[in-house]
Design a protein around this ligand. Structure first.
Ligand code: MTE
Ligand code: MO
Length: 201
């Protein structure tokens, strides 16, 4: 199986996911749940869970990296291509960012070129099984190059927007893009200078 290796400076590996649900775990009725692509698109399209299951699946191994410095090694990720899902709706040229919205009200933005990356997926399976409820069942985006807070659990909407906007954690100072290899943890780079000087990490 494909392996996507992303350098993750400043991270350490732990065994099990730490479960985060900043806004509480939503109740999801899988018969009613859908994932819709809207905003700057020619055509709003919605997918049921079985629609997502019947699409072409990408499958690969990649780590999960939380910005608070824990990582999980070698998760098997599986799900339809996010690029394909966005292209199915005919993204308008003005669309520069994608906002993920979840059933609990959580949101997080990513640049459209990251959402359209060949390896970006809407994960509907982790380690060979459907996502556990606490890990975001039925679906969460997974972008191997970006920190875990960009992986919105219980996702319901992919909104194409013209410019950057804060999501839930970004409003508290977390980074706009959040690239793992660049250690883009927070907005600006003041925090890096402080950390280096005081030898904290
Ligand atoms: N809806 C929602 N998605 C979320 C979060 C959240 O609180 N709510 N936390 C984010 C953060 S900071 C991380 S590190 C991962 C944690 O994933 P896990 O709970 O499956 O370990 O989910 C991300 N997606
Ligand atoms: Mo996180």
């Amino acid at each position: 199986m494909d392996r996507i290796s992303v350098k993750n400076p400043g991270q350490r590996y732990i065994k099990n996911f730490i479960i985060y649900d900043a806004l509480g775990e939503p109740d999801i009725d899988i018969r009613k749940w859908k994932l819709c692509v809207n905003g700057l698109v020619d055509k709003v399209k919605c997918y049921s869970f079985s629609d997502l299951q019947s699409m072409r699946q990408l499958e690969y191994i990649s780590d999960f990296n939380c910005v608070t410095r824990w990582s999980i090694k070698d998760i098997v990720w599986k799900g339809p291509s996010l690029k394909e899902i966005i292209e199915n709706s005919g993204p308008k040229r003005e669309a520069r960012w994608v906002m993920f919205w979840s059933a609990d009200g959580y949101s997080t933005p990513v640049p459209i070129e990251y959402a359209m990356d060949e390896k970006a997926i809407i994960a509907i399976s982790m380690n060979g099984a459907p996502l556990k409820k606490e890990n975001g069942y039925p679906a969460r985006p997974f972008l191997p190059q970006l920190y875990g807070w960009k992986s919105a659990k219980w996702i319901t909407e992919i909104e194409l927007i013209p410019e950057y906007k804060d999501g839930y954690w970004e409003a508290y100072g977390y980074a706009e893009v959040g690239r793992i290899e660049e250690e883009e943890r927070f907005k600006g780079d003041e925090w890096k200078r402080i950390r280096r000087n005081s030898k904290m990490a």
